[in-house]
Design a protein around this ligand. Structure first.
Ligand SMILES: [Zn+2]
Length: 278
């Protein structure tokens, strides 16, 4: 049997605003409703950022707590993944929500360029975030914006800074970082299998119009797929995505095309080695 495909929905992010697409959920209530529809459509990981009332990014642990509680109540079994990404806070504030013990948190292990700035992940902060995740029993998802990030995750795993088998996400198509390049993508998969074993799960995310491209590559190559308004607000050049759920449905269609079952929340937890839902 082919491995079920885990669909992650990145519901909000820190960049897109309602002016870009009114479907971007900003308040906690909107975020819970949008995730619920995406969950019903087939998503089993919710990748979460929180926002202030003026839509600017926040790293307020109280907001994360309210969102986590709402998601766990309305989307039973869903895997809650909180972002420790660098757009929403500075320094250790990026990990201030880890004591909430979400199922997962994103972890960037190296720096690179973003469209208009440097995405700074200094070694001491990376070490601290990883240690906090070990302390609180939070599984990291390694955000690989570059090949070196996969090798860094391997080094951290060998040193015990990451205790579970690393779950690596390939991020492609961020301007000034790694483009959506098929040969690099295939080499990423080869590298994950070489370093972490032939059965190590991995996932992929593409930005903007690359989202559906990476979805296709990941689903057809046995990986897991991320979609959502954080990475892309359009269905095509002239059509805004009406919801996160609509973007999830595109991945569900790809799963049908490539004969991959869509993972249930319980299956996704098993594949990722996560505890059963409370
Ligand atoms: Zn994010």
């Amino acid at each position: 049997m082919t491995t079920p495909c885990i669909i992650c929905v990145a519901i909000t992010g820190s960049l897109p605003r309602k002016a870009d697409n009114p479907a971007v959920p900003v308040t906690i209530t909107e975020q819970v409703e949008s995730t619920h529809a995406a969950f019903e459509a087939g998503a089993t990981i919710a990748h979460c950022h929180v926002r202030n009332e003026d839509e600017t990014p926040s790293s307020d642990p109280d907001k994360f707590a309210a969102l986590k509680e709402g998601l766990e109540k309305h989307c039973p079994g869903i895997i809650v993944q909180l972002s420790t990404g660098g757009r929403s806070g500075a320094g250790q504030a990026r990990g201030g929500m880890l004591p909430l013990v979400p199922d997962m948190a994103s972890l960037s292990v190296g720096s690179n360029n973003f469209p208009t700035r440097v995405y700074e992940n200094p070694p001491d902060l990376v070490d601290w975030l990883a240690a906090e995740m070990v302390t609180h029993g939070v599984k990291p998802e390694i955000e690989a914006f570059d090949l070196s990030h996969i090798l860094k995750a391997h080094e951290m795993w060998k040193k015990g800074q990451i205790t579970d088998l690393p779950y690596v996400q390939f991020v492609m198509g961020v301007k000034n970082a790694m483009p959506a390049d098929r040969e690099v993508f295939d080499y990423y998969i080869k590298t994950v299998h070489r370093l972490f074993g032939a059965n190590a799960p991995w996932c992929a995310a593409g930005i903007g119009p690359n989202q559906i491209v990476l979805n296709d590559w990941a689903v057809s190559s046995g990986g897991h797929a991320r979609t959502g308004l954080e990475d892309n607000v359009r269905l095509d050049k002239s059509t805004l995505a009406p919801s996160n759920a609509a973007l999830v449905r595109r991945v569900v269609d790809l799963c049908a095309k490539y004969e991959r079952p869509v993972a249930t929340a319980a299956q996704a937890r098993k594949i990722l080695g996560l505890r059963a839902a409370a």
